[in-house]
Design a protein around this ligand. Sequence first.
Ligand code: NAI
Ligand code: 15L
Length: 283
Amino acid sequence: MTRKVLITGAAGQVGRALAAALPDLGYCLTLVDLVPFPGETPSAAQSVVCDLGDAAGIRKLAAKHDVVIHLAGISDEAGFEELMHANLRCTWHVFEAARSAGARVIFASSAHVAGFYERTARLNEFAPFKPDTLYGVSKIYGEALARLYWDKFGVECLVLRIGSFEPQPGDQRHLSTWLSLRALVGIVDAAIKAPDLGFLTVWGVSNNRRAWWRDRCSEQLQYERKDDAENFAGSIGDEATDEIGRRFQGGRFCSIGLADADEAKALLASDTDTHPVQRQKGP
Ligand code: NAI
Ligand code: 15L
């Protein structure tokens, strides 16, 4: 039986890649976004413009689908209200829609849920959260919602903590965080096909020898990651970030929002694992 898959945020970078690749694997797609799908709609797909703020709208669209791949939202640091709407409220609408449809969810989380680990740290999926931005916090909310909907309503979910989805690695950090198209499609395909997905968290990363993250992808999804960013190491550029960005896994996200050079200095002087940043007393 052809599985019906709905993709939210289909007009975005990751959505367009999946929309192009999944029909060849035999899936029938509904592509949903705030904005029209750019260019030609792929074969075996229909595209629909819908703001996920419309709870009834997305519930209606998701009906009769087997899987919802939830990519829509704000994909960078932003103001609280914007994140609140796009990444919190809309994500809740999507989980409600999946619950109502009896669909499985693949939720696009981000490695920025743990961006404040030092680059020397090696993490598995159970490492405590250390978000580097409000954006990272909004993804932790999505992961918590996914857990709630699994424990309370039995909505199966793959939480996919994407590192950096790029055609090829572009800087030093990507040698650890890169997610290739082939690995993205492989993980998503395996999560759609898994007979019993349950609730699982994996890192959205290729088979990079410098990866910071380990998980149970090969055991639980029967998928062996492909592609190693190291093959591009000779041709990549410097990272467009500061000393803070180079120290922590989240890169440039880690210094966003620091008020001034004193806050940056205090952060750099701290050992974030054992000693909090020493704050100056206010006036
Ligand atoms: P993107 O910013 O290119 O695309 C997001 C899409 O969501 C846009 O097309 C936008 O119109 C749509 N959208 C936003 N609000 C919406 C709403 N209210 N209703 C309907 N559609 C709405 O993001 P990208 O790069 O494709 O990432 C997809 C997901 O993966 C995002 O959730 C992002 O946070 C996550 N992710 C992506 C990474 C990457 O390397 N591209 C890394 C880590 C996480
Ligand atoms: C993300 O979460 C963003 O959505 C993406 O645009 C990249 O910045 C990525 O992380 C990254 O850190 O490389």
